[in-house]
Design a binder for this molecule. Structure first.
Ligand code: UN1
Length: 500
């Protein structure tokens, strides 16, 4: 029963049978349940309740707020298997990756717990006698999280864990394809609150399932001080101007079109491993998936041959089976987009291996594909677009500088990597004249980032940074404080204004 993990995680029969959106699993197209849309008329109340929760929560000392996230992490550890399965079932990603996503949540919670004692501000020397200049960080308010289907829980957790320890309330709008994972996370958070000794205000964490009218009300509401949105560049371009129009903050994690350069000195065994995982993992439906491969002409044939051999060994099928490497695509339309791109690249001079639908007889209602390898004569217009599918374009280069120029010659700037043993090439790639992406890796593929670093990218990727490092600052407001402990009132810049 594919619904079992959701029941194990606390959803009830009634909650899975509301009038509303009908949900199916990409695994075999079978019905999972129905969930209700949040009525547009309720959005305002939900946000106002979140604001009330925030007003109480901001008074709780940050380390105590961290304890609640510690309790949540304990729930996640306990339910890792069921939640990992729920992720697999709702998205179609293989169980290893579903479990990986839950681990990513746990890691993020652990990070946030530590951070709860480290929300540091700087102290600067004041130019004035007996004055102190310093920064303090305060909670922001209501944080709105818009998450995508492909990471239905981990990316929310990046935002949620930080937002909560920073003293905010969170309203979460999950992708319409993956609301069940969001609802079970709410259950686990409720359990965490119940067993934690900290008093938590009601409505600190809420989920809304929106049609477009409700989404606009959410995005436009002035009490939602930050909108953190993950999804396509097209979505970001709709959301960001609305938030900007009310001078709200947005944090965007949008499309990627990630590249890898393989140079003559590369360890090819490692490179092939990395290429295959990054290109076909999550059926090519990660923001960080590898889509563009630039191989030096001297090793091009060797790399292509090795990739074809590796692709021939991929096991495509039920993502819950331990031997499967590639599960289904998320939907029929995702599959159709892939096919349109494949048609287009042929007219652009591409030579395509794979890409066909697989397992049609076994799963007539699901969309499994053979990942596609495409030799491209150059970076055509299709290569410049992000098709959310297991499509890998392979291109030759001669000069290293040309490879970097080609690599950067797309509108997106999320993740990138180089395989080389030449330290000059490696250092150049991560220097200011190298990759223009938010993530630039050496001898590591572009997908599968750890939570400890700041995650995000430039250009059409939207510029946001989430998860580790100092990304917590997105969820707080900074106050600069000048304190005078002298008995006089000297003005800054030495201005003389007279005595009164
Ligand atoms: C995404 O695809 O939206 O680095 C996020 C990775 C994962 C997160 C991907 N840790 O691939």
């Amino acid at each position: 029963m594919l619904t079992q993990p959701f029941y194990n995680l606390g959803l009830t029969e009634q909650e899975l049978n509301q009038p509303g959106i009908s949900l199916t699993t990409p695994i075999d197209g079978s019905h999972l349940g129905k969930v209700a849309y949040t009525p547009a008329a309720k959005i305002k109340t939900i946000i106002e309740r979140a604001q009330q929760a925030f007003l109480d929560w901001r008074e709780v000392p940050a380390p105590k707020r961290g304890e609640v996230i510690r309790c949540f992490a304990n729930r996640l550890r306990e339910h890792k298997q069921d939640l990992g399965m729920a992720v697999s079932i709702e998205t179609g990603k293989i169980l290893q990756e579903g479990l990986g996503e839950v681990q990513e949540m746990i890691d993020m919670c652990d990070f946030a717990v530590g951070l709860a004692r480290q929300l540091y501000g700087l102290t600067m020397p004041s130019e004035r006698f007996e004055h102190r200049l310093m920064e303090t960080w305060h909670p922001l308010g209501v944080v709105g999280v818009i998450s995508a289907f492909n990471f239905p829980v981990a990316v929310w957790a990046w935002n949620f864990a930080l937002a909560i320890v920073c003293g905010n309330a969170v309203v979460w709008k999950p992708a319409r394809k993956t609301p069940l994972c969001a609802l079970v996370c709410q259950k686990l958070f409720a359990q965490a609150i119940a067993e934690c000794a900290i008093e938590v205000p009601p409505y600190l964490s809420q989920v809304i399932i929106c049609d477009s009218a409700a989404r606009e009300l959410f995005v436009d509401h002035p009490l939602v001080r930050l909108i953190s949105a993950t999804g396509s560049t097209a979505m970001g371009k709709k959301v960001a101007p609305r938030v900007a129009a009310r001078l709200g903050r947005s944090l965007l994690e949008l499309g990627g079109n990630n590249g890898m350069i393989v140079t003559p000195s590369a360890d090819l065994t490692m490179a092939i491993q990395a290429i295959v995982f990054s290109a076909v993992g999550t059926a090519g439906q990660r923001c960080t998936s590898l889509r563009r491969l630039f191989v030096h002409e001297s090793i091009y044939e060797q790399v292509l041959h090795a990739l074809k051999q590796a692709y021939a060994q991929l096991v495509i099928g039920d993502p819950l089976q331990p031997k499967t490497h590639v599960g289904p695509m998320v939907s029929q339309s995702a599959y159709q987009n892939m096919q349109v791109t494949l048609q287009n690249v042929i007219t652009e001079g591409g030579k395509v291996w794979g890409g066909e639908r697989a397992l049609v007889n076994q799963y007539p209602q699901a969309y499994y594909v053979n990942p596609a390898l495409i030799e491209m004569p150059g970076q055509s217009s299709s290569v410049g677009k992000e098709t959310f599918a297991p499509i890998l374009y392979i291109m030759k280069y001669k000069e290293f500088a040309q490879a970097i120029a080609l690599h950067n010659d797309v509108s997106q700037g999320l993740s990138s990597s180089i395989f080389t043993q030449d330290m000059r090439e490696a250092e150049q790639f991560i220097s200011c004249r190298g990759s223009d992406c938010g993530l630039a890796n050496v001898n590591v593929g572009p997908s599968g980032a750890e939570i400890g670093g700041a995650f995000g990218g430039e250009k059409d990727t939207g510029g946001g940074r989430e998860s580790g490092s100092d990304a917590w600052k997105n969820y707080m407001r900074r106050a600069t404080n000048t304190i005078n402990y002298s008995t006089t009132l000297p003005l800054a810049q030495g201005i003389k204004f007279g005595d009164f």
